[in-house]
Design a binder for this molecule. Structure first.
Ligand code: FBP
Length: 252
């Protein structure tokens, strides 16, 4: 087992990741003429000094030249789904650890819907990925999103900390979760996640002040940063906003 090196995708335990898998998760409805082009995202990630950019394998392969040239570290999401099917949420593996590494990934990501009828299936797929990636020292990021029948019955405050703890228990290096808006809950979540780093997702586009407030909350709570998409690449000035995020996370 090789030691997992987080330094390639984090700076002293902190990170800002630019997520761009929404084309699969939500469809191009999220995009405008500019940000529909993955090259625009690579540009924002580079100029905004993100620690890494997160793509699905198709974009990683078709835009490999641009990604390599930018020198922005790459995280490849190994599972995904569209929002067309409906029903109990389930996300299936569509890329292997080996394929991701061959495409230049320095870390891999996977989503688990906690509380879904299909939770055991995703746990099992994740376990194989985690074992394979850690055997060769590749960091694993897990998106833990409570959804589906089981999650509906539980309190949001409980679920956020449970998501963080799940990341630790299943062997993720970084757990990405949705922020419920309570700083107190977020502190408990970070504590519950122990040595697993916690980053928050951005969610639907909100005003800049509100979004930067969330970034501050995660840092105040002892968390590691953000893995954000829409709030950055949908912003009027994505690079300008990235600089503000960077200042909150890294103090400069
Ligand atoms: P955002 O910052 O745009 O919310 O991105 C974070 C993310 O986890 C993406 O990686 C993913 O595509 C999307 O949210 C999933 O969205 P949803 O919450 O609708 O499933």
């Amino acid at each position: 087992m090789r030691k997992t090196n987080l330094n390639k995708i984090m700076t002293k335990g902190k990170a800002m990741f630019l997520a761009y898998d929404q084309g699969l998760e939500h469809g191009p409805v999220e995009f405008n003429d500019k940000n529909v082009d993955p090259r625009e995202i690579v540009k924002i990630a580079k100029e905004g000094k993100f620690n890494a950019v997160i793509f699905q394998k198709g974009i990683a392969e078709k835009y490999s030249e641009e990604i390599k040239k930018s020198k922005v570290p790459l995280i490849i999401k190994l599972n995904g789904k569209t929002n067309i099917r409906g029903g109990e949420p389930v996300s299936t593996q569509i890329c292997s650890v080996r394929e991701a590494i061959n495409l230049g990934a320095l870390a891999v990501g996977y989503t688990i819907y906690l509380g879904s009828e299909y939770e055991p299936f995703m746990m099992k797929e994740f376990a194989k990925i985690e074992e394979e990636a850690h055997k060769i020292g590749i960091p694993v990021v897990v998106w833990v999103y409570p959804r589906g029948k089981g999650a509906e019955k539980r309190k949001k405050s409980e679920l956020m900390a449970y998501s963080g703890r799940t990341g630790l228990e299943i062997g993720a290096d970084i757990v990405k979760l949705g922020y419920n808006g309570s700083k107190k809950d977020l502190k408990w979540t970070v504590k519950s996640a122990g040595k697993t780093k916690v980053v928050i997702a951005g969610g639907t586009k909100t005003d800049e002040k509100n979004f930067l407030g969330q970034v501050k909350d995660i840092i105040d709570a002892g968390g590691s940063g953000i893995a954000v998409g829409r709030n950055v690449w949908k912003a009027k000035n994505p690079v300008g906003l990235s600089k503000k995020i960077k200042k909150i996370i890294f103090g400069k």
